[in-house]
Design a protein around this ligand. Sequence first.
Ligand SMILES: Nc1ncnc2c1ncn2[C@@H]1O[C@H](COP(=O)(O)OP(=O)(O)O)[C@@H](O)[C@H]1O
Ligand SMILES: [Mg+2]
Length: 426
Amino acid sequence: MLTFDDLRSLQARSRRLHLAVSGQGSTESDAKTLRRFSSWEVCELILGINQSTFRGQLAADRSFPPGKVEPNGRQRWFSLAEVNTLRRRLTVRGRTLQPDRPAGRAFRTAFANFDAGTGKTTTALHFAHAAALDGYRVLLIDCDPQAVLSRSLGVTHVSREQTIWGILARDLVTQTAQMNAAQAGHASHAAPASLRKLGLEDLRNTDFIRKTPWSTIDLIPSCVEAAFVSFASTHYRQLDRDWSHYAALSRFLDHLPNDAWDLVFLDCPPGIGFHSINALYASDMLCVPTAATWDDFDSTTAFIGQIAAVLEELGQDTRAAGTSTRAKAFCDMRVLLTRFDSDNPEHRATRDAFGAVFADRLSQNPIQSTRALEQPGRLLRSIYEIDYREMTRDSWRSSRANFDRAWSDCHDAILPAWRTIAAMDA
Ligand SMILES: Nc1ncnc2c1ncn2[C@@H]1O[C@H](COP(=O)(O)OP(=O)(O)O)[C@@H](O)[C@H]1O
Ligand SMILES: [Mg+2]
């Protein structure tokens, strides 16, 4: 016989062992830092300006950040903060280098699909890095209890309350209190005692948001315990049927200041559970990374059908609760093939099939398989983070160009959708 007490003591033993092995909790990933970018990268790949013009402007004005020269090196290397200062201050033929940013709140994109391993986290991470190098301020939300994205950003030891779990659980507590207040004297809703004693309602929105090694990328982390909320949400809903559980993350995002971030990327766990539904409901655009096999074609198209069913259901739910008259709709959707190999006949055939179904919503720039990204374990490093001197310059360049094109395609879809939202909110 094995009761929950036995299981709990096994877990406690495992945790003690883990802490001992990782030296009181400081693991390698905690020390994650961001490299500097060479003047070649800054000019050609980041700011898009001529190298000699750049050198001329830097020499003429000593107040520009000078970057650092490495011992025995000739190039100057700039931190992300220095790159952003340069972007703010430099102009090319009277043109600013600042990215296009419609007024109003940040634009929200969810990365979701049915299966694990389709490249959701890899794509969210690369697009966040590419967007940050374009000058955007990004808020990443790790909605997956596996927390691959959190770990990949060097965020490992967070208390459960200060993760996506805390946001969802706090929502239940505060919504319950509000529903009771609205019923003046007839309080009929009760948040579970296990949640009430945590003091979640005292947490501020900023308590959930972490800095990352990228100065313009912030993160709402996840943790393994967040998986519990998926189970618990079903249980809580039985306690409180009026709780709009799918809108918790959306409510949270609506209360963030408009001008703190430009883009919000939500990395979903596989499938449609509590976290994914919250992420989808909060998002303006859906990005569906998928491998190019027939199995993935089937599961990806089935996933789209499941989202349709969920949204229809939620539409009925919100109308019944009288909370919203507008049904949830996405501004746009992108389907993105990942780990694509153009020499593989199955990949080519499924690309055509995806094209026949999704037409121009299929990104014309599939992400190719890249050796450097076949990273075993649960820590991803983007091609933007990898120093090009670690690889042959050509393979680094072509891999980076591959992600640049995929990001550019997604960005082209984001901008008009973002303008539409800005106009609606104005
Ligand atoms: N373009 C790529 N080339 C090579 N390996 C990749 C590529 N994209 C993803 N991978 C690898 O595939 C695995 C799964 O990717 P991941 O983004 O974590 O999937 P998901 O988030 O959908 O579960 C990871 O180990 C990652 O390193
Ligand atoms: Mg993932």
